[in-house]
Design a binder for this molecule. Structure first.
Ligand SMILES: NC(=O)c1ccc[n+]([C@@H]2O[C@H](COP(=O)([O-])OP(=O)(O)OC[C@H]3O[C@@H](n4cnc5c(N)ncnc54)[C@H](OP(=O)(O)O)[C@@H]3O)[C@@H](O)[C@H]2O)c1
Length: 284
């Protein structure tokens, strides 16, 4: 690394151990660009629920990748984004890149908060992550052999978090992405039944997609005694956002990177090789 590079200020990656943030941090390291992770367990802790942790982590930072937790659909998210952007600008940080979602009012309000902040903004508006099936709440369903959801045959253009991270890193480190809203989708519209088939084929496991009613889905969530906000979030995501409003392809990956997005089959083949889907589900 040159002396100039070693003296560079780090890029703050909020959610830097999550599905997208982890990949952003890896890519920055490959390019010799220093990063600082912002999460509750990072060296300098950052907590969306505790605003007193926000200012210290923004000290001496070049740019910020903002991944909100758990989702921009949560009440108060747009106000958090507005406040964080204001704080960042007050510290002289201009480049802010927000990870957002499609077809959701809270996400749109958060995007607008950033766009109106005066920052050099980029919005990375992603469709459903493929990694929800391997690194998130749908992994347990895959391992149990049954993916039961109230989605019917609605199609979704699943996006690979590898592509999201590539776009985010381009926006954080290259010129030409300021005031760009990149809407990212994968290259194919897939039903959850088709996705289940892809995972079953790649992992050589018997996995069934079982369409259920909204009432059955809500009843199942209530039995799990999850926090009310989280239950409401899952209902919002699985019943409202997945109602067909996002069943179309966009060209955000192509516009930002000049290449095609990765296909779900490639994702499934690669995950199968890691053995994540070979685990035996614990009943504890
Ligand atoms: N999943 C999808 O399909 C999808 C689609 C479109 C958009 N999005 C958007 O993507 C964002 C999430 O991105 P992601 O899935 O890459 O992240 P993620 O994997 O959900 O991020 C998890 C990280 O967040 C940190 N975290 C948890 N609670 C926190 C808190 N209170 N304060 C600060 N950090 C906290 C955790 O680290 P610690 O435990 O160390 O805190 C954890 O490593 C959401 O805003 C969502 O709206 C998701």
């Amino acid at each position: 690394m040159s002396e100039k590079q070693s003296m560079k200020k780090p890029i703050l990656v909020i959610g830097g151990m999550g599905k997208t943030g982890r990949r952003v941090v890896e890519r920055l390291a490959e390019r010799g660009i220093p990063s600082r992770i912002g999460s509750r367990s990072s060296e300098l802790p950052f907590d969306w629920q505790n605003r007193s942790t926000w200012a210290p982590i923004l000290e001496n930072v070049e740019a910020v990748f903002i991944s909100y937790y758990p989702d921009l659909a949560m009440p108060g998210a747009a106000d958090d984004i507005r406040t964080l952007a204001k704080l960042a600008l007050a510290k002289g940080i201009r480049r802010l890149v927000l990870l957002s979602g499609r077809g959701e009012a809270g996400a749109l309000a958060s995007e607008q908060a950033l766009q109106n902040s005066g920052a050099d903004w980029t919005i990375v508006r992603a469709s459903w992550f493929s990694q929800n099936f391997s690194e998130s709440f749908l992994l347990d369903s895959v391992l149990s052999g049954t993916i039961a959801l109230p989605i019917g045959d609605v199609t979704e253009p699943f996006i690979d978090a590898e592509d999201i991270a590539d776009v985010a890193v381009a926006a954080l480190t290259e010129e030409g992405h300021t005031e760009q809203l990149y809407e990212l989708t994968g290259p194919r519209l897939l039903t959850f039944a088709q996705v289940t088939e892809e995972i079953a084929l790649a992992s050589k496991r018997d996995i069934a997609y079982v369409p259920i009613t909204k009432e059955q889905f809500v009843g199942g969530l209530e039995e799990q005694n999850l926090p009310v906000d989280f239950t409401n979030l899952l209902i919002q995501l699985f019943t409202h956002v997945l109602d067909g409003r996002n069943s179309y392809l966009t060209d955000g990956v192509q516009r930002a990177l000049g290449r095609e997005p990765r296909d779900f089959s490639d994702y499934a083949q690669e995950v199968a090789k890691t053995g994540i889907w070979d685990q035996v589900q614990s009943n504890e």
